[in-house]
Design a binder for this molecule. Structure first.
Ligand code: NDP
Length: 609
């Protein structure tokens, strides 16, 4: 397959297509160049770096909990009470683990769904595959796409049903996780003076947890209300997740950012605020949401085992495998059905086989999205400014039925910074191109700390055999076997974006990891061994396979993408970058290979002692 002559194949077809692929490719290149910053990920600041840390990270959702320090020994300590920690804990309970601690700095279960309570917060993935354990919980999601509130309440219900509250320590920040060689256990210390020794630790700290802010000068100076969307300031806006914001009628508000979060809260701010200024650096791909109430008869008719079947069908549909039936039948599956990105991988019958074919299919999808903007936004200049020029999955695509129409309102101004972002924040407003936009509040929808390492900003390190710090061991990229084990960190299981497979349904990925961890841990116990750890060679092979997965076509796709956290802000081959460490295989094959490994029962690649 050649990737060297991308243009000639299209010349005869551009009239039929209604666009010129060569011109589009050039436009993508120009827009990308405009956005590349030499400092990459270092353009951002993290709340810990600025003097107003508490304002951006403190917990608005729970009253402070008072408790005495705990000293105890448990069998398993689960770090993180989000969807990963919850699913791991439930499966550990199933496996008979009674002695367990679950620790989180949040005031409750839910992870990202605990923190993100901004108006309009909702999951973009079909609720029937995203909410864990629906069959066991006998729960019917109210709509096809659940609100953040429904997901959080479901997490709480799961925790109640499987007796997880008894194990939970909330508002507790881990300060160290250290291997105790003499006792062959982990010692977990916290900011409350707890000393917990655990035979096993499951580390699931969350990948979109620590807010990040743009490195715009003057943020600290702003005298109005400034907050990150994941720590919404209801004192300022009024309202909550059930009632509209009622304190903004006389307020001017700025939103910085137009990613998946901004798309959801902007329509609500547009309705509530006297005036809304949307500071856009790069427009996003926005497709129709098409929300639906759940049909109770349909839901009741689903046969046992339906959730896993539906989860797997989604993975197949969104990995270019083209299953005969599309059970999810939504914007994700329709748009990704014909996308193979590089043309080389996972493609079902009839799929593109060259990079150029794959690119052309991608152009068709993004052209449809751009056409939708023209029909949704009345002012052609604003419509043009809202058009994104990059390939699907260069950024996280979004879905909304009311985002674009918000720009038809007289009280909404799009401040298109054309790839630059605002210049400055003053005491009273946001400055761009010489103009100060005076505002009462600034909402930062600028994303989360990614690309700086697995534990960056989490407040603790994992210290394994011989005092080896995970942050040092992984300084030049993760080193795992199966994305779960790391040499010199026995009985420690890592979850999350850890040399595993890319899935759009992250909840499902975490379930697969949890299942694998609980199997491995249970086997260690059943075989009467104290520790389980990857062999050096198994880990080396896994890391080598990750590097080898970067084929020329994958590299080309990553390089040609406009900067975002997906490609580590234009530096995709930094081994600490977000996508760098994913395995190249499609998620279905990857999870099946883990299942086959378990089926084999040899614990190949692991050493027991
Ligand atoms: P993102 O990182 O996706 O987006 C950040 C936004 O901030 C981008 O528009 C970015 O612009 C902008 N930005 C950054 N720096 C500046 C600057 N200096 N000036 C102006 N704008 C700037 O964060 P989100 O919170 O939107 O989403 C994070 C992730 O959370 C998503 O990828 C998704 O995985 C998840 N999510 C899921 C949801 C769901 O399922 N429904 C909903 C919300 C989030 P630019 O593009 O130019 O970098």
């Amino acid at each position: 397959m050649s990737t060297d002559s991308p243009t000639t194949a299209f010349r005869t077809t551009s009239e039929d297509l209604g666009f010129d692929p060569d011109a589009l490719r050039e436009k993508y290149r120009i827009e990308r160049e405009r956005r590349l910053r030499p400092e990459g990920n270092k353009q951002y600041v993290y709340p810990d770096d600025v003097s107003l840390a508490a304002q951006y990270v403190s917990d608005p959702w729970s009253d402070p909990i008072e408790r005495d320090p705990i000293t105890e020994a448990v069998e398993v300590c689960v770090i993180g009470a989000g969807l990963g920690g919850i699913q791991a804990a439930v499966l550990l309970r199933d496996a008979g683990v009674d002695s367990m601690r679950i620790i989180d700095k949040a005031g409750g279960f839910g992870g990202v769904w605990y923190w993100n309570r901004y108006p309009g917060a909702q999951c973009d993935v079909d609720a029937y595959i995203y909410l864990p354990f629906l069959e066991r919980m006998n729960y019917t999601p109210s709509e096809k796409y659940s609100s953040a509130k429904e997901i959080r309440e479901h997490c709480e219900a799961v925790a109640h049903k499987f007796d997880l509250y008894r194990a939970a320590l909330f508002q507790t920040v881990i300060t160290e996780v250290r291997w105790d060689e003499a006792n062959q256990t982990w010692l977990v210390g916290t900011d409350r003076g707890d000393r917990i020794s655990a035979r096993y630790v499951v580390v699931c700290p969350g990948g979109l947890q620590q807010p990040k802010l743009p490195g715009v000068p003057g943020i600290e100076r702003f005298k109005g209300s400034a907050f990150h969307a994941s720590r919404w300031n209801r004192e300022f806006t009024g309202g909550d997740q059930d009632t509209p914001m009622d304190r903004l009628g006389d307020k001017k508000v700025a939103v910085i950012g137009t990613g998946a979060t901004a798309l959801q809260c902007i329509p609500h701010l547009a309705e509530a605020a006297a005036h809304l200024y949307v500071f856009q650096r790069t427009p996003n791909l926005v497709s129709a949401r098409d929300q639906k109430k759940t049909d109770p008869d349909w839901f009741a008719s689903l046969p046992p085992g339906w959730q896993l079947e539906r989860q797997r069908n989604f993975l197949a549909a969104t990995s270019g495998l083209r299953p005969e039936i599309d059970l999810i039948d939504d914007g994700w599956t329709h748009q990704t059905r014909f996308l193979t990105f590089t043309g080389e991988s996972n493609a079902g019958e009839g799929a593109s086989t060259t990079y150029e074919d794959a690119e052309l299919e991608d152009f068709k999808v993004t052209e449809r999205i751009r056409r939708r903007i023209e029909t949704s936004v009345h002012d052609p200049v604003v419509a043009d400014a809202l058009k994104p020029y990059f390939r699907f999955f260069c950024k996280r695509p979004g879905f909304s039925d009311n985002y674009l129409a918000s720009f038809n309102r007289p009280n909404v101004t799009l401040v298109d910074t054309d790839g630059a972002g605002p210049d400055e924040v003053t005491e009273t407003g946001v400055v761009f191109a010489g103009q100060t936009y005076e505002v009462d509040g600034i909402v930062f929808c600028t994303g989360f700390d990614t690309g700086n390492g697995y534990l960056h900003g989490k407040g603790f390190d994992v210290v394994g055999r011989g005092g080896l710090k995970l942050s040092d061991y992984w300084a030049n990229g993760m080193r795992t076997f199966q994305g779960i084990h790391s040499r010199n960190f026995p009985n420690c299981f890592f979850m999350g974006s850890t040399q595993t497979s890319i899935t759009l349904n992250y909840s499902h990925c975490l379930l697969e990891q949890a299942e694998h961890i609980v199997y491995t841990l249970s086997e260690c116990k059943a075989r009467g061994r104290k520790t389980i750890e990857t062999s050096q060679s198994a880990e080396d092979d896994w890391v080598a396979a990750i590097h080898a997965g970067w084929t020329p076509s994958r590299k080309r796709f990553a390089i040609e993408c406009t900067p975002s956290f997906f490609n580590n802000e234009g530096k995709p081959f930094d081994p600490n970058g977000h996508i760098y460490n994913y395995v190249a295989a499609d998620p279905l094959s990857f999870f099946d290979s883990l299942a086959a490994w378990r089926e084999e029962g040899q614990l190949r690649g692991l050493e027991l002692s």
